[in-house]
Design a protein around this ligand. Structure first.
Ligand SMILES: *[C@@H]1O[C@H](CO)[C@@H](O)[C@H](O)[C@H]1NC(C)=O
Ligand SMILES: *[C@@H]1O[C@H](CO)[C@@H](O)[C@H](O)[C@H]1NC(C)=O
Ligand SMILES: *[C@@H]1O[C@H](CO)[C@@H](O)[C@H](O)[C@H]1NC(C)=O
Length: 346
């Protein structure tokens, strides 16, 4: 069929039809692009081999991979016990954030009477908050919630949100910590996520931070190329279907990592795109990888310690920043040793 000379403005039915076809084709192309980009932006673990085996759940949109190794985040949780203005008013240089189970009053008590009671170092204000979810248990006549309310009034250091507090939900707790810091502490330079069963030398921590980078900074025990645990009996088991890579991203071990406050917003942005795994420190590492921000090793590799050496004489406690203890019950004794070492000119 030869081209008919058509004057401008004239539309034959055939041209109209072609135009219509063109629109349909364009629409299909755009639609495909939109679907593809949403699939690939979501994260690596949405490829077909890792999607949920239950096909009844797959409709037009890609369903989130929900299994026992992921957690419900992002999601809008609410704080039941909060400190709305305290951080803004005190403008601490450093905030210590301590995840703790609701019933673990003992650990909170130990921390308040040891490193949690250090509130000023080299003229810099330091404060601490405990971060909790909700408990399932009831404790005798007085519920845990009532105890917590009283504890919160007495100490003003309790942040409790409305998710179920459990080991598998620690990532939710960590992400709520970032949310809380980013909205409540506008003048704060650094924060540390620190477990309740650790010794913390706040003086050395502040000393290190006064010389540290001020932006996009995270440090602690930085682990690189750690193999993913595929043994089902491991506490940190991850199946291939949830996490297909063979090594974890570079991450800082959860017992104690430090970061500049500008990272909180960045990590929360990344969390919109990276599926939340139950292993909280690895998940933060995944967010950092997504952001392309490298972690920083501490100035010395004997500052953040996982194991307490058998010999803690020789100024051990005055030279470290953190050491993991067997339980927070050890904290009072260790704190005494630390004070003795500090007073003996270590
Ligand atoms: C999909 O999962 C639901 C709930 O987990 C179950 O009731 C249903 O039988 C499953 N369907 C298929 C096709 O496996
Ligand atoms: C905290 O330290 C102050 C001294 O700086 C002391 O008076 C107070 O008793 C301490 N509080 C606890 C709970 O140990
Ligand atoms: C985690 O928290 C969510 C929200 O409260 C809850 O629905 C879920 O059951 C919790 N998961 C575990 C394993 O505790």
């Amino acid at each position: 069929m030869s081209e008919l000379p058509i004057s401008k403005g004239e539309r034959t039915p055939w041209i109209k039809f072609r135009r219509c076809l063109w629109y349909v084709a364009a629409l299909i192309m755009v639609g495909t692009l939109v679907i593809y980009s949403s699939v690939f932006q979501e994260s690596w673990s949405l490829n077909p081999r890792t999607s949920t085996p239950n096909s009844s759940t797959s409709h037009d949109s890609v369903p989130p991979l929900v299994d026992e190794y992921t957690v419900a985040y992002p999601h809008e949780y609410h704080f039941i016990l909060d400190e709305l203005n305290r951080c803004r008013e005190e403008s601490p240089f450093l905030v210590l954030m301590i995840p703790v189970a609701p019933h673990n009053r003992e650990a909170r008590h130990m921390i308040r009477s040891t490193w949690g009671n250090v509130t000023m170092v080299q003229g810099k204000v330091v404060s601490h908050y405990f971060i909790l979810g909700q408990s399932r248990e009831e404790n005798g006549a007085e519920t845990i919630e009532e105890q917590l309310l009283r504890e919160s009034r007495d100490h003003r250091d309790i942040l409790q949100s409305d998710f179920l507090d459990s080991y598998h939900n620690l990532t939710i707790k960590t992400m709520l910590m970032f949310e809380w810091l980013s909205t409540h502490c506008p003048q704060t330079s650094y924060a540390m996520k620190v477990d309740s069963d650790t010794f913390l030398n706040v003086h050395n921590l502040v000393g290190m931070l006064l010389k540290a980078p001020q932006h996009l900074y995270m440090t602690g025990i930085v682990v690189r190329f750690a193999p993913v645990l595929r043994d089902q009996n491991s506490k940190w088991f991850l199946p291939f279907s949830t996490f297909p890579e063979s090594v974890y991203p570079t991450y800082a071990i959860g017992l104690g990592y430090v970061f500049s406050l500008d990272l909180t917003r960045k990590i929360l942005e990344a969390a919109q795109h990276v599926r939340a795994l139950y292993i909280e420190d690895v998940y933060v590492g995944l967010c950092m990888k997504h952001l392309g921000i490298p972690l920083t090793d501490p100035p010395r590799n004997d500052m953040f310690m996982i194991w307490k050496p058998s010999d803690t004489g020789n100024c051990y406690w005055t030279s470290v920043i953190t050491t993991l203890l067997h339980s927070s019950n050890q904290l009072l004794d260790v704190w005494k040793s630390y004070q003795i070492q500090a007073q003996s000119g270590c």
